[in-house]
Design a protein around this ligand. Structure first.
Ligand SMILES: Cc1cc2nc3c(=O)[nH]c(=O)nc-3n(C[C@H](O)[C@H](O)[C@H](O)COP(=O)(O)O)c2cc1C
Length: 170
C-alpha cells in the first residue's frame, strides 16, 4: 500500500469487531509513532495502550460514544509530558502527539485495522483509571481495531477553498 492509498483508506471507525489485535501489529503501529517527528526532537509523547476488556469498557465510558469504542481491540491514551511553547506561540504537546497519532492511524490502515480519534472524552475520568499523574496532559484517546463498519465517502473541501500560492487569497 502506498502512503496516499493509506491516507485515502483511513477513516473514522465507530464500530469494531470484538477481536484482539496481534502483538506484532501493535508493535508495528507504535514503531510508526516512535519514528514521528517532534519539536526539538523532544519525543515527549507517552502512550498508554489499553487492551484489557474491562478497562477498555471503563475508558470507553469516559467518551461521549462508549458503544462506538468499547469493542475496539485497543484504546490508546495519548499523553504529553511537555508544556514547552515554541517561539511561534504554539504548545508542542498537542502538535507532537497529533503527528504520532496520525502515524498510528496510517500504519494501522496499512495493517488492515481501523482507527478513530477521540477528543470527546473527560480526561479527569481517564486519569484515575489509568493512574496518569496530574502533571501529564491527556491529549487524545484513539480507538484501534478490526472494523465492523466500512468507509463512507469522505467529505472534504475543494482544494481551492484551502490552498493558495504565494499570498493569502482567501
Ligand atoms: C482531533 C480530532 C478529534 C476527534 N474526536 C472525535 C470524537 O471524539 N469522536 C468521534 O467519533 N470522532 C472524532 N474525530 C473524528 C472526526 O470526526 C473525523 O476525522 C472527521 O469527521 C472526518 O471523517 P473521517 O476521519 O472518517 O475521514 C476526531 C478527529 C480529530 C482529528
Amino acid at each position: 500500500m502506498t502512503i496516499i492509498e493509506a491516507i485515502r483508506r483511513r477513516y473514522s471507525c465507530r464500530a469494531y469487531q470484538d477481536k484482539p489485535i496481534e502483538q506484532e501489529k501493535l508493535d508495528s503501529i507504535f514503531e510508526a509513532a516512535r519514528l514521528a517527528p517532534s519539536a526539538k526532537n523532544m519525543q515527549d509523547w507517552r502512550f498508554v495502550v489499553v487492551t484489557d476488556k474491562e478497562t477498555k469498557r471503563r475508558i470507553a465510558e469516559t467518551t461521549i460514544r462508549p458503544e462506538a469504542f468499547e469493542k475496539a481491540g485497543a484504546i490508546i491514551a495519548a499523553c504529553s509530558n511537555s508544556d514547552y511553547v515554541m517561539r511561534c506561540g504554539q504548545a508542542i504537546g498537542p502538535i507532537d502527539v497529533a503527528i504520532a497519532l496520525e502515524h498510528i492511524c496510517l500504519q494501522a490502515t496499512e495493517l488492515g485495522l481501523a482507527t478513530c480519534w477521540i477528543g470527546s472524552f473527560y480526561p479527569e475520568k481517564v486519569r484515575p483509571i489509568l493512574g496518569i499523574p496530574d502533571d501529564i496532559a491527556i491529549i487524545e484517546l484513539m480507538a484501534v481495531g478490526y472494523p465492523a463498519d466500512s468507509q463512507k465517502e469522505p467529505k472534504r473541501e475543494r482544494i481551492e477553498k484551502i490552498l493558495c500560492y504565494e499570498k493569502w487569497q482567501f
